[in-house]
Design a protein around this ligand. Structure first.
Ligand SMILES: Cc1cc2nc3c(=O)[nH]c(=O)nc-3n(C[C@H](O)[C@H](O)[C@H](O)COP(=O)(O)OP(=O)(O)OC[C@H]3O[C@@H](n4cnc5c(N)ncnc54)[C@H](O)[C@@H]3O)c2cc1C
Length: 493
């Protein structure tokens, strides 16, 4: 934990926030505060009711950009740490309040869809609009954002942009960074900035990218404008193949991509990962899943192109109805999260993931070296109940590997993170970096991968640090996220 640098006491911070926004927008209930001190999803200790880190001073529910600006100006003046949040699906510790007396700034009540523009093909939404609500509204009008992360039922627009999220249809539509047209944000001093909506420009560096992916460590995103596309699911074509291995499946996907096809979904699962996703048909094999979409002629031609490429790759075809029904049930709502939490508690069993990216030429070595190290070097390898990976987002130059590891927890709940998640996460990150890949493909750095931020960026880290120093000179934004906290600052509880 990190000591507060504010001259104000906890009580004075709460009183000032109540004065600023009114008491009804300031939450101080003890249990709410405890739960706000961690990511709510995979935290094994919190499932056991253990909240060891600093508990925030208050959760502030902003209702407008002006509210956000007022809270940030106050926090900046008084050097109070701020952790912004929206949908609360973070998995990498981005929501952990490691500084004493933090303000959690919640944007989920800023939930208006501001404008749908079907001529210029964009939609503007406040940060607290859940993607599911936005998609349902757009689809009713024959439109879609094309964004479909598994967290769609819960994640909200501010967090989705702040983490550089990516969805299942990314091979066609791209990640959120390809979708954002413009946005509004509030800087730590309270200044409101608006990056205007234009189709493209060459007016210096692309400043959208300073804010996209900032994880609440530079600014609070209050409103975003994203592209919309014609929604035409009636043309979708679903393809599936059983293949010999993950590298064989990825090699097939590479052929598809470099030949110029852009299916919306292009995935390859290792035998182990396939066994949990496709137990009813995988039969011990690796699995490739492809969806072609768009206007009928393009969907048809894409599917035909993929089929022709896979004739050269040893495979068995999977009934497309099975692939379609798998997609229909892929996303994670609160029900699945609750079920996983129950399993953590009742069976002392947890599944975690680490996703990285790598050039095509490094895929096989990355996969094999992580699997070997996890099985031979991880001291608690005997507790692993599943270890595998899939590639789910592909590009002209490479792909991602999403490692999945499930384990029985045989230590005390407090030690789960250091005994299991940290060493397994480290193996994946170290191997990705060793092979020249990125240590994080889409979940963000949060607080769990900050030990490697400098190594990730190498000589370019100075650019990132300059942004932090320039935009947040008092260091009030989400301490410990993206930028590591110096050891000298850390104090024990
Ligand atoms: C079951 C599950 C499935 C997932 N699937 C995917 C997936 O398919 N693809 C993917 O990319 N990710 C996925 N994620 C990770 C996560 O959902 C995404 O990163 C999502 O973008 C986070 O959005 P959120 O609204 O929940 O943000 P939060 O969890 O509230 O916050 C995430 C981070 O962004 C910061 N933040 C939040 N709001 C703002 C704001 N308005 N301004 C500035 N900073 C802000 C927070 O401080 C935090 O660091 C998944 C997570 C879960 C639990």
């Amino acid at each position: 934990m990190v000591a507060s640098r504010s001259a104000l006491s906890r009580g004075e911070i709460i009183a000032a926030l109540q004065e600023l926004l009114g008491p009804e927008q300031v939450e101080t209930d003890a249990q709410e505060l405890r739960e706000a001190s961690v990511d709510r999803f995979k935290k094994y200790t919190s499932v056991h009711g253990i909240f060891d880190g600093p508990i925030p001073a208050a959760i502030v529910y902003a209702r407008s950009t002006a509210d956000v600006a007022a809270v940030l100006a106050f926090a900046n003046e008084n050097v109070v740490n701020v952790v912004p949040r929206t949908g609360r699906t973070a998995t990498e510790g981005g929501l952990e309040t490691i500084v004493e007396d933090t303000i959690v700034l919640d944007g989920s009540r800023m939930d208006a869809i501001v404008e749908i523009d079907p001529v210029d093909m964009m939609v503007t939404a406040q940060c607290g609009v859940p993607l599911q609500v936005l998609e349902d509204t757009l689809r009713a009008q024959g439109l879609t954002t094309g964004h479909s992360p598994q967290s769609k039922p819960l994640a909200q627009m501010g967090g989705l942009v702040a983490t550089r999220s990516i969805g299942q249809f990314s091979t066609l539509y791209g990640g959120i960074e390809d979708m954002v047209v413009g946005l509004e944000a509030v800087l730590p001093g309270g200044e409101v900035v608006r990056i205007k909506n234009v189709p493209r420009r060459a007016a210096g560096p692309d400043i959208r990218h300073i804010l996209i992916g900032n994880e609440g460590a530079l600014a609070v995103i209050t409103e975003v404008t994203v592209k919309v596309f014609t929604y035409q699911p009636e043309n979708n074509r679903f393809l599936g193949y059983l293949v010999d291995s993950l590298p064989a499946g990825v090699a097939g996907l590479r052929e598809v991509i470099v030949a110029g096809y852009r299916p919306s979904v292009a995935r390859a699962y290792s035998e182990e990962d396939a066994a949990q996703h496709f137990s009813h048909f995988a039969d011990g094999k690796a699995v490739v899943v492809v969806v072609a979409e768009g206007p009928a002629g393009i969907a048809e031609a894409t599917a035909a192109g993929v089929e022709s490429i896979f004739t050269d790759i040893p495979h068995e075809k999977v009934d497309s109805a099975l692939i379609k029904s798998w997609f229909d049930n892929l996303n994670w709502g609160q029900d699945k999260i609750d079920a996983e939490k129950r399993e953590m508690l009742e069976r002392s069993h947890l599944g975690y993931t680490t996703e990285v990216s790598i050039d095509w030429s490094g895929v096989a070595e990355l996969f094999e070296s992580v699997m070997r190290r996890a099985r031979t070097e991880f001291p608690r390898a005997a507790d692993l109940t599943m270890l595998g990976a899939h590639s789910s987002h592909s590009y002209q130059t490479g792909t991602n590997l999403y490692f999945v590891y499930d384990y029985n927890i045989t230590c005390a709940p407090r030690e789960e993170i250091t005994e299991y998640h940290e060493p397994l996460n480290a193996i994946v990150v170290e191997e990705a970096l060793r092979l020249g890949g990125s240590m994080v493909h889409h979940h963000g750095i949060g607080k769990y991968r900050t030990p490697w931020t400098r190594e990730e960026h190498g000589s370019a880290f100075v650019l990132l640090q300059t942004l932090k120093d320039g935009l947040d000179p008092r260091g009030i934004m989400n301490r410990g996220t993206i930028f590591p906290v110096e050891e000298s600052e850390a104090v024990t509880a």
